[in-house]
Design a protein around this ligand. Structure first.
Ligand code: NDP
Ligand code: MG
Length: 388
C-alpha cells in the first residue's frame, strides 16, 4: 500500500473544511493533513491540528494567544505565509476551501508551484479565471473541482474529449425562497436566508444560494473549468438537489451524477480522484420515491442570477465586478445594513458605474477588486436604503 498523500487544507475551519475532515477521518490511510489554515478561529483550528497531528498551522489574522496549539505544530500568520503554505514543497495537493476572493492568491501560489488544487473556492475562478487556468496549464498542475455541480460535471465528462461535450446543465435547488412571490421576497429576513432547505454550508454561500447569485458564480466557474462558452451553459431548478449536473454530449446523450445533498460525496471524489472507496455517508435509496423534477429558473424574481449571466456574457472584468459587489452586499446584508432585495440593486449599480478595465496580473486583479469594493461600500453608505 502506498503512503498517505500529504495535503494542505486552506479554510479548514469552515463548512467545506469540515466535509474534508470527515473524509480524512474515514480514510486516514490514504490522506495526511500536512497543513491547515483559518482566518481567525484560533481555537477551532487548534482543535483540528491537535486531532490530526498537523505539523503546519496558519491563521491569516495574527492570533492573540496561540497556547492551544500543540508545541509540535508550527504556526504562521499573514497573507504572504499563506501563499508559502499553499506552495509547501512537501504538499502533494492543496484544498482551497477559503470563502471569497481571498482564495485567489493562495490558489495561484499552489498552481504556480505545480501543486494540484482541489478547488471549492469558486470566487478565485470568477475573479481570475484566465490567470488561474493559464497558470495551471503552464505548470502542469490540475484543478480538480470540488463544488458539487462541477465535481458532477467532472465525473460525467471523465475521459471524453472536449469536442464531444455539447453543453452543461447545472442544477440549482432554488434556495429557501424558490416559491416566494416578488411581494413576499420584500419581507425576507437574514435568519430565513440562512436556512437552506437542503445543504448545510457557510453563511456567505448560503445567502448566495438564497439570492441565486451562487448559481451565477457557478456558471462562471464552469466556464473556466471546462472551457465551455456561456451560450452552452444552462441552469435548471431541481428542488431536491439529488442530480447535481447534467452533461449533454454532441450525440444527444446526457449523463448526470446523483448523490444525496451533502458535500462529503463531492469532496471525497475530488480528494481521492481517480480512485473510489467507500463513502462517508449512505448513498441514495432507490427503493424510496425520488423527486427528479426540473423547471426553468425564475430570473424575474432572482435578478442576481440574471446579473451574473450578463457579467459572464460580457466577460473581461465584469465577473470580478459582479463578485466583489456581491461580496460587499452580502456582508452588508449579514450586518443588517441593507435588505435582501438591495443585494441585486447594489450589484447592478456597481456594474453600471465602474470603469471596466482589463486586469491581467494578480496585482491588477487585486487592485480592481479593491476599487469595486470601495465603490460598493460608498454606494451602500450614500444610498437611501442604508439604515445607518
Ligand atoms: P465558510 O464560511 O464555512 O468557511 C470559510 C473558511 O475560510 C474558514 O476556514 C475561514 O476561516 C476562512 N477564511 C475566511 N476569510 C478568509 C480570508 N480572508 N483569508 C483566509 N481564509 C479565510 O465557507 P464554506 O466552507 O461554506 O465555503 C468555502 C468556499 O467553498 C466558498 O468559496 C464557497 O462558495 C465554496 N463552496 C461551499 C460549499 C459548501 O457546502 N459550504 C459548496 C460548494 C462550494 P475562519 O473560520 O477563521 O473565519
Ligand atoms: Mg455548488
Amino acid at each position: 500500500m502506498s503512503d498517505p498523500k500529504k495535503f494542505i487544507l486552506l479554510g479548514a475551519t469552515g463548512s467545506i473544511g469540515e466535509s474534508t475532515l470527515k473524509v480524512l477521518r474515514k480514510h486516514p490511510d490514504k490522506l495526511f493533513l500536512l497543513g491547515a489554515s483559518a482566518h481567525s478561529q484560533t481555537e477551532k483550528l487548534s482543535d483540528i491540528t491537535n486531532e490530526f497531528k498537523v505539523p503546519l498551522a496558519h491563521l491569516t489574522k495574527k492570533p492573540k494567544d496561540s497556547t492551544s496549539f500543540d508545541p509540535s505544530t508550527r504556526l504562521s500568520h499573514g497573507e504572504d505565509a499563506l501563499a508559502s503554505l499553499a506552495s509547501h514543497p512537501e504538499a502533494e495537493f492543496v484544498v482551497v476551501a477559503i470563502v471569497g476572493a481571498a482564495g485567489l492568491r493562495p490558489t495561484l501560489a499552489a498552481l504556480e508551484a505545480g501543486k494540484d488544487v482541489v478547488l471549492a473556492n469558486k470566487e478565485s475562478l470568477v475573479v481570475g479565471g484566465k490567470l488561474v487556468t493559464e497558470t495551471a496549464l503552464r505548470s502542469g498542475a490540475r484543478i480538480i473541482p470540488a463544488d458539487s455541480e462541477h465535481n458532477a460535471v467532472f465525473q460525467c465528462i471523465a475521459d471524453q474529449p472536449h469536442r464531444s461535450v455539447d453543453s452543461i446543465i447545472l442544477t440549482a435547488s432554488g434556495g429557501p425562497f424558490r416559491d416566494l412571490t416578488a411581494e413576499e421576497l420584500k419581507g425576507v429576513t437574514l435568519e430565513s436566508a440562512l436556512q437552506h432547505p437542503n445543504w448545510s454550508m457557510g453563511p456567505k454561500v448560503t445567502i448566495d444560494s438564497a439570492t441565486m447569485a451562487n448559481k451565477g458564480l457557478e456558471l462562471m466557474e464552469a466556464h473556466w473549468l471546462f472551457g465551455i462558452p456561456p451560450s452552452k451553459l444552462e441552469v435548471v431548478i431541481h428542488p431536491p438537489s439529488i442530480i447535481h449536473a447534467v452533461v449533454r454530449f454532441i450525440d444527444g446523450c446526457c449523463l448526470a451524477q446523483l448523490s444525496p445533498p451533502s458535500m462529503t460525496f463531492a469532496m471525497q471524489n475530488a480528494l481521492l480522484h481517480p480512485h473510489r472507496f467507500p463513502g462517508v455517508e449512505p448513498s441514495l435509496d432507490f427503493a424510496q420515491p425520488l423527486d427528479l423534477t426540473f423547471h426553468p429558473p425564475p430570473l424575474d424574481r432572482f435578478p442576481c442570477l440574471r446579473h451574473a449571466m450578463d457579467a459572464l456574457k460580457q466577460g473581461g472584468s465584469a465577473p470580478l465586478v459582479f463578485n466583489a459587489a456581491n461580496e460587499v452586499a452580502v456582508e452588508a446584508f449579514r450586518l443588517n445594513r441593507i435588505g435582501f432585495l438591495q443585494i441585486p440593486h447594489i450589484i447592478e449599480e456597481v456594474m453600471n458605474n465602474i470603469d471596466h478595465s482589463q486586469p491581467n496580473t494578480l496585482d491588477e486583479l487585486l487592485s480592481m477588486d479593491r476599487n469595486v469594493r470601495q465603490l460598493s461600500h460608498e454606494y451602500i453608505r450614500s444610498s437611501s436604503f442604508a439604515s445607518s
